[in-house]
Design a protein around this ligand. Structure first.
Ligand SMILES: O=P(O)(O)OC[C@H]1O[C@H](O[C@H]2O[C@H](CO)[C@@H](O)[C@H](O)[C@H]2O)[C@H](O)[C@@H](O)[C@@H]1O
Length: 259
């Protein structure tokens, strides 16, 4: 059977009661060296816009700030959830879950501290995010050495500022310590949407809670594989795709199969 055939048929057969929720980086946008340059694959706006007119819900659920998603992936009818579901784009701007905003001073202090320690380090980049800060080392010549150098600094910043670590692909994020992740966010999205069938597409460690949530709801896990698969993601049960381009073809097939 084709990867994703079961999910495609389930969604196409119950389109108005179906939800398709997707990650951004590594799923709709190929992984590249510079996180600030990430973009949707060509044709993604069109296919998502079309699906949004046919399905009960089409949404992005990303670790990126919602403002970034609004800049790179604003498609009419597609709901945007950023910062692992802590933020949602609304008609009037951005709504942030209660509790999150009081942690802003901690995030800002950790961001400043990490910039002071790491700016100028070869191949290392501190990414300022709305409710988190990320340290990337994809561009370092020696990944293992960079990770070893970064690890104690990230731990120190987390301890100093009361933040929690979230590892990813050549990245360590410091997030606010509230009990929210992509799994709790996806539960909320499924409940609020009254969805009968849901598929979630992701590729990284931060997607594991969402894969669990969608499986518990008897939905469909769509795993987008890539050259630097995070341990624990490659073994997730579900339909595996060979990178964002392969997943994009599935989106087009879903669109063709759905009325
Ligand atoms: O939840 P996502 O939409 O998958 O976001 C997760 C993180 O993605 C970004 O980093 C990753 O993609 C970069 C661009 O391809 C790549 O250079 C980096 O190595 C990857 O880790 C983003 O920069 C992070 O803020 C997101 O949290």
């Amino acid at each position: 059977m084709d990867p994703g055939a079961a999910a495609l048929n389930a969604i196409a057969n119950r389109s108005k009661m179906a939800g398709l929720v997707m990650d951004f980086d590594g799923v709709l946008s190929p992984i590249i060296d510079d996180p600030s340059a990430s973009e949707l694959l060509p044709g993604t706006e069109e296919v998502l816009g079309s699906l949004a007119t046919k399905l009960g819900l089409v949404a992005l659920l990303s670790g990126r700030p919602v403002d970034f998603l609004a800049d790179r992936a604003a498609v009419p009818g597609v709901a945007l959830y950023g910062s692992y579901g802590l933020e949602q784009r609304t008609d009037s701007g951005v709504s942030v879950l209660p509790d999150a905003e009081r942690w802003m001073p901690n995030v800002q202090a950790a961001t400043a501290w990490l910039h002071e320690k790491l700016d100028g380090a070869e191949g290392i980049h501190v990414e300022d995010k709305s409710l988190a800060v990320a340290v990337h080392w994809r561009r370092a010549a020696d990944h293992a050495a960079a990770a070893d150098a970064i690890n104690p600094l990230v731990q120190e910043a987390a301890s100093l500022h009361g933040l929690r670590r979230e590892p990813g692909k050549f990245v360590e994020e410091l997030r606010i310590p509230v009990n929210q992740d992509k799994g709790t966010a996806l539960h909320r999205i499924m409940d609020e949407g009254g969805l009968e069938v849901t598929a979630y597409a992701g590729d990284d460690l931060g997607d594991l809670p969402a894969f669990r949530a969608v499986s518990l709801a008897r939905g469909h896990a769509l795993i987008v594989d890539g050259p630097d698969m995070a341990p624990g993601v490659e073994t997730v049960a579900g339909a595996h795709f060979d990178g964002p381009a392969d997943f994009h073809l599935w989106l087009k097939r879903l669109d063709e199969a759905t009325s």
